[in-house]
Design a protein around this ligand. Structure first.
Ligand code: HBI
Ligand code: FE
Length: 288
């Protein structure tokens, strides 16, 4: 997520001048921008029933996430905060790690206020309003997920002090962004990076290429990731309770163990992994 976005971003300067949270200025979105939101939402809503986890689909209804216009963050925050206390903080793009963690620790979700350009409809490297609000915000209405993400934010300071942010960032990557969850009817998606991508929505659940491996905290924190392509391994949680339970602990001892452990490549399977599907890696081989 480090590449500079080439889309026109009317907030870029405001962010630099006034701190990291900026006014959303909802009235300044153009008809084209609202229309782009509508098309992105429609495309995902066609794909997500039976693929996204129930908690996500239900929360999207409970929050009345608008389908035809970019949400007003204040209005949406008012509904969300009544449920779990979380609010949405408009930002211009990526913010520094310490600011990001501080937001999460205080139940503030930093969300890009700008929307991707027409050229970037399928993929962009910076988090925009569609990725952040459509992808991330609904699950913040789930009380258990809400506590997990707050705990993650609180863990950030500690990881930074220890120089092990890369380990913690991998947890975020393989759960909050690209996580799968088991349901009675098979695997479902909860990661926002998948939920905001039509291609990866299908790929992550049904393609024969990637590995799908049961969630294991330390294993995930050892696993490197590639940012600009589909994942070579997806990790599957049992429930948000499991996620919260595993992460609601002092990571000090984990970090000590991680220092002694080697990194794992994104495609690797380890002997004690609980493997759900072993990928044939066809997609990734064709990309070389
Ligand atoms: N800023 N706006 C924004 N969104 C992110 O997801 C984000 C960020 N800054 C830092 C950051 N993520 C990473 O440090 C974490 O994912 C670990
Ligand atoms: Fe994200």
């Amino acid at each position: 997520m480090a590449e500079a976005s080439q889309s026109h971003n009317r907030y870029a300067e405001a962010g630099l001048k006034t701190g990291w949270t900026i006014p959303q200025e909802w009235r300044s979105y153009t008809r084209e921008e609202h229309d782009r939101w509508s098309r992105l939402v429609a495309r995902q809503e066609k794909l997500l029933p039976g693929r996204a986890c129930d908690a996500f689909l239900e929360a999207k209804e409970t929050l009345k996430l608008p389908s035809h216009s970019i949400p007003d963050f204040e209005m949406l925050s008012d509904r969300l905060s009544r449920l779990t206390g979380w609010r949405i903080a408009p930002v211009a793009g990526l913010i520094p790690d310490d600011v990001f963690f501080d937001c999460l620790a205080n139940r503030r979700f930093p969300a890009g206020a700008f929307i991707r350009s027409e050229r970037e409809l399928d993929y962009l490297s910076e988090p925009d309003v569609f990725h952040d609000v459509f992808g991330h915000v609904p699950l913040l209405a789930d009380p258990v997920y809400a506590r997990f993400l707050e705990a993650y934010g609180k863990g950030g300071q500690r990881a930074m002090q220890r120089g092990q942010l890369h380990n913690l960032a991998r947890l975020y990557w393989y759960t909050v962004e690209f996580g799968l969850i088991r349901s009675r009817d098979g695997l479902r998606i909860f990661g926002a990076g998948i939920l905001s991508s039509p291609g990866e929505t299908i790929f992550s659940l049904t393609d024969t290429s990637p590995n799908r491996i049961a969630f294991d905290l330390i294993r995930i924190m050892r696993t490197k990731y590639v940012i600009s392509d589909y994942q070579q391994s997806y990790f599957v949680i049992e429930s948000f309770e499991q996620l919260l339970d595993q992460c609601y602990q002092d990571f000090g001892a984990l970090y000590d163990r991680l220092q002694a452990a080697r990194d794992v490549e994104p495609y690797e399977i380890l002997s004690d992994d609980r493997v759900i599907t072993t990928g044939d890696m066809r997609y990734f081989q064709s990309r070389h």
